[in-house]
Design a protein around this ligand. Structure first.
Ligand code: ATP
Ligand code: MG
Length: 361
């Protein structure tokens, strides 16, 4: 077949909370953008995950879901509310952790970009957090699977973290390569004054890798100092590379500084698999009211299209990603935002406006 005519097979996992609202909204917009780009329609498969999968299959992430994911080109993962699952599910590694681990999705790329008219705390914010996704201080995600935390007695809890040269090199290359497509600046975030061995190794290995990218400027901050700079001067950052837990916290902060947690997208990837996932959680406090902001999920889906475009050298699907982003920009600029961004649109109303905008960008 000619370049650009590839048909992609993508899976959707609605998840919990606002997932069944924001995921279908994103699917609708992707379909419209793919059509506007003249690309072949996406073949969608819906797969069970989360609370509904517990009820139906007795597993939050059924084996048949994992097997099916291995057969598709990529997928959209809705958020999950694993804290609300009954035991034993609540104590297990959560759905997104299970999927990240199963497929070795080591890179979590989380952009934070302010929209014109988007209620940003720091106007002009346009940064990307590159979060290492497999180790650090997040127990069940690290390579000592399942043993990252322990309680020797009911009154003592211990956690450990792990940083390896190999995983740090891998994520550092992601960050420096990404910086080359942007403003060519990488900030390493660590806490090497206290966590000297672990985050010290992270900083040192990132700096070593940086020597292979002499065209990219490097600086580094302690995590606490980084939060201060982000709140006031988020617009001064380009690419931030950091370990798992710092990246989780910093990306929520960056998303909010850029306007709302509800606009912060992310993609989780390895060399072979990619998963679109909003940076935010399942927002149970606003679920079922059609007021969630679908932008984070929509832009995560656009990141997945871009990842596919790079993997298959497919200009048409890259064009579809451009159309999604431009249509969201236009819709926000015209004022049709959800309440978290200061507007009065519903989730579905916003999505319909973006679908309509795909024909105008
Ligand atoms: P998790 O551990 O799953 O990330 P969390 O405790 O960080 O969960 P979130 O579910 O991300 O919590 O919600 C944090 C706050 O942000 C809540 O008040 C929620 O309503 C709000 N929020 C999150 N996502 C959105 C969204 N898409 N639109 C509007 N508000 C949102
Ligand atoms: Mg969170």
């Amino acid at each position: 077949p000619a370049v650009g005519s590839k048909q992609y097979s993508l899976a959707v996992l609605h998840g919990d909370g606002i997932g069944p609202e924001i995921v279908p909204a994103s699917v609708k917009i992707l379909d419209a953008a793919v059509a506007a780009a003249g690309a072949t329609p996406i073949a969608w498969t819906e797969l069970p995950l989360g609370r509904s999968a517990i009820d139906e299959y007795g597993e939050h992430t059924p084996t048949k879901t994992l097997d099916a994911l291995d057969e598709v080109d990529g997928w959209l993962l809705g958020p999950h509310d694993s804290a609300a699952y009954p035991e034993p599910y609540r104590s297990q590694l959560n759905p997104s952790g299970t999927i990240r681990k199963h497929f070795g999705l080591f890179a979590n790329i989380r952009p934070a970009k302010a929209f014109r008219g988007g209620n940003a705390i720091v106007e002009g914010t346009d940064l990307v957090i590159v979060r290492e996704n497999t180790e650090g201080f997040y127990a069940d995600r690290n390579t000592f699977a399942g043993t990252g935390e322990m309680m020797p007695t009911p009154d003592v809890a211990i956690m450990h973290g792990i940083i390896t040269r190999a995983a740090t090199e891998r994520i550092a290359h992601e960050a420096f390569q990404l910086a080359r497509t942007r403003d060519k600046r990488v900030t390493i975030v660590h806490k090497a004054n206290v966590l000297k061995m672990t985050t010290g190794l992270f900083r040192d290995v990132c700096r070593e890798v940086g020597k292979q990218y002499p065209d990219v400027a490097i600086n580094d901050f302690h995590i606490d100092a980084a939060t201060v700079h982000l709140v006031r001067r988020a617009d001064k950052f380009d690419v931030i590379v950091t370990e798992n837990m710092f990246g989780d916290i910093l990306s929520d902060l960056a998303g909010e500084v850029a306007g709302s947690l509800g606009i912060a997208p992310s993609i989780n990837s390895s060399a072979t698999h990619a998963m679109a996932q909003a940076s935010h959680g399942s927002a149970p406090d606003i679920a079922g009211r059609d007021i969630a902001n679908p932008i984070a999920m929509i832009l995560s889906s656009a990141m997945l299209l871009r990842w596919l475009a790079a993997k298959f050298d497919d200009e048409k699907i890259a064009r579809a990603a451009d159309i999604v982003e431009a249509a969201v920009d236009l819709t926000v600029a015209e004022g049709a935002t959800t309440p978290d961004m200061g507007g009065t649109s519903s989730c579905s109303g916003f999505a319909d406006a973006v679908v309509a905008a795909t024909a105008r960008v």
